[in-house]
Design a protein around this ligand. Sequence first.
Ligand SMILES: Nc1ncnc2c1ncn2[C@@H]1O[C@H](COP(=O)(O)OP(=O)(O)OP(=O)(O)O)[C@@H](O)[C@H]1O
Ligand SMILES: [Mg+2]
Length: 234
Amino acid sequence: MTILTAKDIISGYTKVDILYNVNIKVEQGQIVSIIGPNGAGKSTLLKTIFGILKPRHGKVELKGEDITGLKPDKIVQKGISYVPQVDNVFPSLTIRENLEMGAFIRNDDYSGRIEDIYTLFPVLKDKSNQKASQLSGGQRQMVAMGRALMLDPGLLLLDEPSAGLAPRLVSMIFEKIIEINASGVAMIIVEQNAREALKMADHGYVLAMGKNVLDDTGEALLTSEEVGRLYLGG
Ligand SMILES: Nc1ncnc2c1ncn2[C@@H]1O[C@H](COP(=O)(O)OP(=O)(O)OP(=O)(O)O)[C@@H](O)[C@H]1O
Ligand SMILES: [Mg+2]
C-alpha cells in the first residue's frame, strides 16, 4: 500500500520557486532516503509535505487522502511526525517535558508511550529530569526523535538526523532509525551522509536544484557510477 505521494510539487518561500514539479512516493513500511547537494530543496520538500509550506502546485496524498495545504497541527493528527533539521528540541525543558510536548494532542494516558521511548533510548530515562540544553548532540537528536514518536506516527519525516554527530553516534542513530522502522513506521530521511542513508533505504531519491534527478532502490543508487561520482564523493 502507498502511504504517501507528493505529486508535481511546486513550492517556495517567496515568489521564487524552490521545488519544480518534485515527485516522491513512500510505500508501507519503507525507508525512503532523499539525498542531494546543499540547497537542493530537500528540507523544503519535507516542510511542504508537513504543511509548513503550502505548495503552489501539486498534491500531497496520505493513504489516498488529499492533505495538500493542511497545516502541521492537522497533518500530525493524520499520523505524520516531523523532526526538523535545526531547533528540534525545547532547550529549557527537561527530557520528559520535551516528550510530553510531543503528546500535546493526546487526551489519553501516554505514560506507557513515554516508557516505550525510554526503552528505545535508555539514556533518556536516566537523564529524564535534565534540561535538553545540557545534553550532547546525539542525546538531543534522540529527544527530538522521541518527541516525534509520542503520537505513534505511521510516517516519520527526519531532516538530517545525523548532522554534526561523531561517527560512533551517527551509527547509533542509524541503528535506532532501523529499529523504529522495524516497528512499522515508514520514514522519509534527508541525509548528507548519503552513502549510509542509501544503505538503509528501500528507495532513494536524488534531488538537485529543486528537481528530481534520479530515483531507484537504495542499492541501485549506491552502486550507480553516476550517483557515486556526482553525489557520493567518488
Ligand atoms: N526560510 C527560507 N526563506 C527563503 N529561502 C529559503 C528558506 N529556507 C531555504 N531557502 C532556500 O531554498 C533553497 C533550498 O533550501 P533547502 O533548505 O530546502 O535545501 P536543502 O537541500 O535542505 O539543503 P541543505 O543540504 O543545505 O540542508 C535554497 O536556495 C535556500 O536558500
Ligand atoms: Mg536541508
